[in-house]
Design a protein around this ligand. Structure first.
Ligand code: ADP
Ligand code: MG
Length: 351
């Protein structure tokens, strides 16, 4: 073919840029709902309901009793990179909220139809807000509601043809992924009631997940994963360094979760659910030495100074960089080896 000739370089249309980028924040159903649940947690909610219509294919809503959104914010709420959580780049080193990039609502606008109902303690009635695909507020009316916020998204991905096809084809798989992600939040959030309901075509609404919002990880595990599962776990506390530790629960050696790799493994950094492939690999490898037939259940929260880790690696914030990853992994290896060593009777209930 002919060699390329230098064509005119021109800016991409703003709306197109918006859609391209939005698809990186909101990858699938679970990342969409994750953003909304995180917003509810950031708003101090103690009760969160995730309501799905047809497993999320038709619409999903996240209903909370958090602080609500004040009327001055209605216009800018869904604009790209508008956030109440971060103002300076340096804030990134100490950010403790789940969100900080101001991209979720704007991305959801770009990829579906977004409406919000909200009320703060300063208003006597709530407001129903409708946004367009560019994040502009296009309609506003009064409505009745308790203090808090409901964000609803209809027809996710309807304007990204390829993603939309995938979404509809894989909806049950996406739904499964969502439930396991919601489990992660239900496990780690203390004092937050989390409920997920699904309404199917014939308007049959069923509760698919329910946690009471207890104050401890132990009680959350019992509620979310069940007493039988809890009884197969041992608490762990591994000191990694002066300022870093891992707290959580692991399967006893004779009582792993089964054959599926990592389907009951939950990793957190300072209470933020994240993907940790290297840690998961290590946990599975060391568990193999004690129990070759199964994979372990793992619920592990890495408590680490915010300045020693970076969660701003990917737009969905599921990946983390540690400033000293290799020594963390080494200390973890030693800690786990000790736990699964034959001298530790708790982990060898079969012997
Ligand atoms: P970020 O969470 O990174 O700030 P979002 O796009 O997710 O960006 O949300 C934008 C802003 O909207 C938030 O900073 C917050 O002020 C407000 N907001 C979103 N969801 C809620 C909610 N459920 N309750 C209260 N405020 C919310
Ligand atoms: Mg957010």
């Amino acid at each position: 073919s002919a060699p390329p000739t230098s064509a005119v370089i021109k800016p991409i249309n703003k709306g197109v840029v918006h859609r391209i980028c939005a698809g990186q924040v909101i990858l699938d159903l679970s990342s969409a709902v994750k953003e909304l649940v995180e917003n509810s947690l950031d708003a101090g909610a103690t009760s969160i309901e995730v309501a799905l219509k047809d497993y999320g294919e038709e619409w999903f809503q996240v209903i909370d009793n958090g602080c609500g959104i004040s009327p001055n914010n209605f216009k800018v709420l869904a604009l790209k990179h508008h956030t109440s959580k971060l103002t300076d780049f340096l804030d990134l080193q100490s950010v403790t909220t789940f969100g900080f990039r101001g991209e979720a609502l704007s991305s959801l606008c770009a990829l579906g139809n977004l409406t919000v109902e909200t009320r703060t303690k300063n208003e006597s009635v709530a407001t129903h807000l409708t946004y367009d695909h560019s994040g502009l507020l296009v309609a506003e009316r009064k409505t009745a509601r308790q203090i808090g916020t409901t964000v609803a998204v209809k027809k996710l991905f309807s304007n990204l043809p390829v993603r939309s096809k995938e979404f509809h084809r894989n909806i049950r798989k996406e739904y499964g992924k969502l439930i396991s992600l919601l489990n992660a939040y239900a496990l780690i959030a203390k004092g937050v009631r989390l409920v997920c309901t699904n309404t199917t075509g014939k308007n049959v609404k069923s509760v698919v997940l329910k946690s009471q919002g207890s104050g401890s990880l132990k009680d959350n595990i019992i509620q979310v994963l069940g007493m039988n599962t809890f009884n197969c776990l041992e608490p762990i506390s591994i000191s990694i360094s002066d300022s870093c530790s891992v707290e959580g629960f692991l399967s006893k050696s004779g009582q792993g979760s089964g054959r599926n790799l990592g389907d009951k493994q939950y990793y957190f950094v300072n209470g933020r659910p994240v993907d940790m492939p290297k840690v998961s690999k290590l946990v599975n490898e060391l568990y193999k030495g004690a129990n070759s037939r199964q994979y372990p259940i793992a619920i592990m929260d890495f408590i680490i100074p915010t300045k020693a880790c970076d969660v701003n690696v990917t737009p969905d914030k599921r990946k983390v960089f540690f400033s000293d990853e290799s020594s963390i992994l080494q200390a973890l290896r030693e800690g786990l080896q000790q736990i699964y060593s034959s001298s530790n009777a708790n982990y060898f209930i079969n012997k």
